[in-house]
Design a protein around this ligand. Structure first.
Ligand code: DX5
Ligand code: ZN
Length: 217
């Protein structure tokens, strides 16, 4: 079963609690939370106090995508704030193996994200050690961008490695996913799909999530 992880980056921040209730009601599996520091990516989004405050709104797992430099500095804070899955970027951390083990030491799920321009082979040895790989299918920093086509091959590569080293691996795709492309990424091997603008557009979360699910049939 494919999991849907709406990115609250595209929610209405003036009524974040209400938007989270809506995605839970209409069948989201994870809440995808994009944390940006204005250094690793050219945008600043939200951080630890916001996560803490929305934690009480839902029982859904918090899938926290850290687009920040040297994420190891803040892992414990994100654990305390209520993160269930913590994703760090391969490109943002010199000691990714250490950071993964650090995340796991809190009993949380550890994931590595790779940018579109980063080849899958750099994380080959780590696939057996982690819970999830996040394949960026746009350059991180902003919602509402266009899916980069060559990333479909990278999803297939990760799927092959997962079959070999870690059959339970969650394979998440993030960026530019809509009802036109979702079937393609799932056929390539993705089993967790992030969608921001496609879930929150036109203020009709129910219809938007239904459209994504129907496109998978
Ligand atoms: C981009 C973020 C994504 C983004 C997805 O840096 O990691 O999660 O919000 O938004 P859409 O689905 O609109 O591309
Ligand atoms: Zn994200």
């Amino acid at each position: 079963m494919v999991k849907i992880a709406p990115s609250i980056l595209s929610a209405d921040f003036s009524q974040l609690g209400k938007d989270i209730e809506l995605i839970e009601r209409f069948g989201a599996d994870f809440v995808h939370i994009d944390v940006m520091d204005g250094m690793f990516v050219p945008n600043i989004s939200l951080g630890i106090p916001v996560i803490k405050s929305i934690r009480k709104m839902t029982k859904l797992p918090f899938d926290v995508h850290l687009m920040i430099e040297k994420p190891d500095r803040y892992i414990e804070d994100f654990v305390d704030a209520g993160a269930d899955i913590i994703t760090v970027h391969y490109e943002a951390d010199r000691h990714i193996d250490r950071t993964i083990n650090y995340i796991k030491s809190f009993g949380k799920k550890a994931a590595i994200a790779i940018n579109p321009g980063t080849p899958v082979c750099v994380i080959e040895e780590l696939i057996g050690e982690i819970d999830m790989v996040l394949i960026m299918t746009v350059n991180p920093g902003f919602g509402g961008q266009k899916y980069i086509n060559y990333c479909s091959n990278k999803i297939k590569n990760v799927k092959q490695l997962a079959d070999k080293y870690n059959p339970n691996l969650l394979i998440e795709v993030d960026g530019g996913i809509n009802d036109n492309i979702i079937k393609n990424v799932v056929d390539c091997g993705a089993n967790v799909v992030v969608a921001g603008s496609a879930v929150f557009k036109n203020g009709d979360v129910e219809q938007n999530i239904n459209r994504l699910r129907e496109a998978l049939i």
